[in-house]
Design a binder for this molecule. Structure first.
Ligand SMILES: Nc1nc2c(ncn2[C@@H]2O[C@H](COP(=O)(O)OP(=O)(O)OP(=O)(O)O)[C@@H](O)[C@H]2O)c(=O)[nH]1
Length: 451
């Protein structure tokens, strides 16, 4: 009679074959146990252990009645009976990348070899390679760490579990350094006394299709080339590079944005400066010019007089022509004020045409103009005044107006203040008016006051 319930133990750390995770049995053998439970109706109860050695002890003592996945060895046959092999896996040697490829156990030489405690491999090595220095480790994971840290030169273990561990722990500095002739031939083991279970379990295993076996295997293994590229590192480096590129692009975008803004602001500033300069120019022009005739105004005339006074030692002659339109009131009355304005503008234009570059035409007020003649003696000023007088008499202003002007001329005497010179010229102008207009009168020479 078969038991309704049996206890079983597993290797708690031997993925993908089997392991205990959060108290539950996982791995390939867990799928087989679940299948066997369904197929046989026997309840399999896990007795968790902390190491493979503990599992073997529990089996020896009868606390556990079954273990689902192990190799047969003569030592184990003393307390276990085995099913047929239902899973095979090669055993391999693992070393650091820089180690040479050893091919097999025969080429190990002086190198030390890490082997998990309780593994059948120990028996195998003791029998076939007693000279190899063995470093005992707790588990396959511990064995790989031993090689990674230099505690052992090589590790020997099952291909599938090593593959899984290397990936899980990202031990990409490891490589498979050789094949061990010995294959794992994994079987179910039950303690002696429960032999009748074996045919029942074998019968159930025989009914498992190849597809189901492959599915179980696939559930727990990912076959990948061990010597593979460290994609995680590549991703990390690429992500970092991408990050830096994005930062640079952002920086570039921001700085060109601010540059554009700055250029816009500079442009606006330039435009404002230009507007301001135009306003200043206009103000300067207005402060020194007569708005109607565009000749200089009295303000500018006064400033020029002061400058003239600052050059008392100049030997150059300097003359003033003061002129006034004759009967301008009548022109205004007859043709209207707007025509009067136009006459003033055209006359001013005529005066500016006639004088030399250094001379200045100023509207003194109303219809009276003053011409400051640099480097000009009284006879020279008279020639100029005569030319002006004649040219005025020969043209029509504002289309139809004929006019004449009266002129008063004076040459600045030595040490004569300009204002005094102006007054002499103005007097001469009144004289011209009084003598019948349309004529030129010269002022009497300057007589310096006797001190
Ligand atoms: N259209 C116009 N007339 C002006 C302007 N400034 C002064 N006048 C006029 O010029 C006239 C000057 O008249 P008056 O001082 O009597 O002199 P006038 O008529 O020229 O006579 P005489 O100088 O003695 O020959 C006045 O009627 C003013 O109104 C101006 O800017 N535009």
């Amino acid at each position: 009679t078969l038991p309704q319930q049996i206890t079983y133990c597993v290797d708690p750390d031997w993925l993908p074959y089997e392991a205990i995770a959060d108290g539950s049995h996982v791995g390939i053998s867990a799928d087989y146990i679940r299948y066997l439970q369904r197929a046989t109706g026997i309840e399999f109860v896990l007795l968790p252990t902390e190491s493979w050695n503990q599992t073997l002890t529990a089996l020896q003592q009868g606390d556990c009645q079954l273990t689902p996945m192990l190799n047969r060895s003569s030592e184990r046959e003393q307390y276990l009976v085995f099913s047929d092999v239902y899973f095979r896996s090669p055993n391999v040697l693992v070393s650091l990348r820089e180690q040479p490829f050893l091919q097999s156990l025969d080429n190990i030489g002086e190198r030390s070899l890490a082997v998990p405690e309780g593994y059948r491999l120990l028996e195998y090595l003791a029998m076939h390679y007693p000279e190899i220095p063995i470093v005992l480790v707790q588990s396959e994971a511990d064995g790989l760490t031993a090689v990674a840290s230099g505690r052992a030169d090589l590790f020997i273990g099952s291909l599938y579990s090593i593959n899984a561990l290397i990936q899980q722990q990202a031990l990409y500095q490891m490589k498979i350094a050789g094949w061990v002739g010995l294959e794992d031939e994994l079987r179910l083991g039950v303690i002696t006394g429960l032999e009748p279970l074996i045919p029942v379990l074998e019968q159930a295993l025989a009914e498992l299709s190849d597809t189901e076996r492959i599915q179980i295997y696939r559930n727990w293994t990912q076959i990948e080339v061990i010597d593979h590229t460290n994609y995680r590192l590549i991703w990390q480096v690429s992500a970092a590079a991408l990050g830096i590129i994005l930062l640079l692009l952002l920086w570039n975008y921001r700085s060109s944005y601010f540059n554009r803004k700055l250029q816009e602001k500079n442009q606006q500033l330039k435009q404002t400066q230009a507007r301001l300069q135009r306003a200043v120019n206009k103000l300067q022009f207005l402060s020194s010019h007569d708005p109607l005739t565009k000749t200089y105004n009295r303000n500018h005339f006064d400033q020029s007089m002061q400058k003239q006074r600052r050059q008392p030692h100049s030997d150059d002659a300097f003359s003033l022509i003061v002129l006034d339109i004759d009967y301008f009131k009548q022109i205004n009355d007859q043709y209207g004020h707007l025509v009067g304005d136009q006459v003033l503008q055209e006359l001013a234009y005529e005066l500016m045409q006639q004088v030399r570059d250094g001379d200045q035409v100023t509207r003194w007020g109303g219809e009276e103009f003053v011409i400051l003649c640099q480097k000009t003696s009284l006879p020279e000023a008279k020639v100029l005044a005569e030319r002006i007088r004649q040219s005025i008499s020969q043209q029509l202003f504002a289309g139809s107006v004929q006019l004449s002007c009266s002129f008063g001329l004076a040459e600045q005497g030595a040490k004569e203040p300009l204002m005094a010179c102006f007054e002499r010229a103005d007097k001469a102008l009144y004289q011209a008016k009084a003598e019948g207009r349309d004529r030129i009168c010269l002022a009497k020479p300057f007589v310096a006051a006797v001190s």
